[in-house]
Design a protein around this ligand. Sequence first.
Ligand SMILES: [Zn+2]
Length: 157
Amino acid sequence: MRAIWSWFKTKCWDRYWLAYRAEDSSLTGGVNVWFQWTGYKKMANWTYFTDDEVKGLDTELVAMLDRARGLAGVPFVITCGLRTQEQNDALPESVKDSAHLSGNAVDLACADSTTRFAMLRGLILAGFTRIGVYQNHLHADNSVTLPQKVCWYAQGT
Ligand SMILES: [Zn+2]
């Protein structure tokens, strides 16, 4: 059972959402099923991201991110992409000239060391030269005006 579940996660995680329902037969009218189809994530322009997920982001940034995701082999969940000036000002740890303002940056959920290693490897191999490591996310951007070949660590989520 675990082997099947891990196969599904590896093969289908980014394209299909499958939920493990072995314990909860109330959702299937009393019939116990291992997996229940919970919807389809439609890909249009990118291998790993829907157009909605990357809305407002720089096309070259998304192309790099798509490559990085493939190289990393782990899900990339974008927790923050394009920010308005007001949204950026409201964040306590944001910088005034954030690459998020121009759609040239993403924050990716990341909370454990194995995932962090895989994601960092993917990002660097895909050509990212600006990466921030935070407690629960990684920041990556393709700004050409901010300092290059930098990886910073910052407190905060
Ligand atoms: Zn960020």
